[in-house]
Design a protein around this ligand. Sequence first.
Ligand code: PLP
Length: 359
Amino acid sequence: MTGTAAQGPRLRPTLDGIPTYKPGKPASADAYKLSSNENPYEPLPGVLDAAVAAAGSFNRYPDMASSELVAELAARFEVPLEHVVLGTGSVGVAQSLVLSTAGPGDEVIFAWRSFEAYPIITQVAGATPVPVPLTAGEEHDLDAMLAAITPRTRLIFVCNPNNPTGTVIHRAELERFLDAVPSDVLVVVDEAYIEFIRDERVPNGLDLYRGRPNVCVLRTFSKAYGLAGLRVGFAVAHEPVATALRKTAVPFGVSQLAQDAAVASLRAEDALLVRVEALVAERGRVAAALAAQGWELADTQANFVWLRLGERTLDFAAACAAAGVVVRPFPGEGVRVTIGEAAGNDIFLTTAETFRKSL
Ligand SMILES: *Cc1c(COP(=O)(O)O)cnc(C)c1O
């Protein structure tokens, strides 16, 4: 007992450099929350019923294999059952992917700015994040990402469309990239917003995964499907990656509520996709209005828009908050604004117009 009496538990030094995940700010009761890319619609009736029914059994552990949901997804995508791995949101699966491939001394490449969970989960695993700046057009710089590959690279995240810029990678570019990545490096195509894509040149990641053992696809029920609060997402991955994901996941992570609501959502897909279509139309309206105000926007294929405001970012976020909409600022860089209810979008547009004139 020398000199340790006053010390607390020793934590891994690597945690010192890790920011805690910043959620989109909660909105006060009278404000619109456009900060977390959520679906603004209430759950569909059938989906709510399924979740309520499952709640009656929450004294029991959930089905650890998520059998029904896995079967539903495997049939729909025409992939083997074993290739579908569920997790606590796609962030949960992404964390398992990193834990399965990378540890101290290993490197994980991603575009930057992109999804803020990537550097966090990389560092939690003890691995080294390798962020590669976006192009001037706010897109993935795939050539620079290829150039960043070293013998230590274990995983590359490709976010399509990219959060927070909404920009996409087209089929030919992505195929050329995948063909150039060494086959022992896992490429994770994160398609959290795929349902919002209307640009036909964007590939479906599942077509890229087929025939490429080092490619896996990440999807989520949190955005278009509106189940953000239930925490369920999945990967479609080849063996041995899929088995590794089952080893590194928290056991029983996906609740029965989440599993049953996800199955019900898939079965209610027609109704859900009508809502997605309305959000896509609303995105078009918002983007057109911003362009008419003089903003230069990169084309967004997701359920949000990105304004590169630089030093004015926090001022703009404050102006939005004062007007009654909560947006997502990335200080010094820009603001991401979710396409939500028309009334919230209108307040954002009015604020943007006033702000624009002050620039
Ligand atoms: C929102 C989001 C996710 C999904 O997160 P969940 O954990 O499934 O809620 C994954 N990737 C990106 C890029 C996202 O923006």
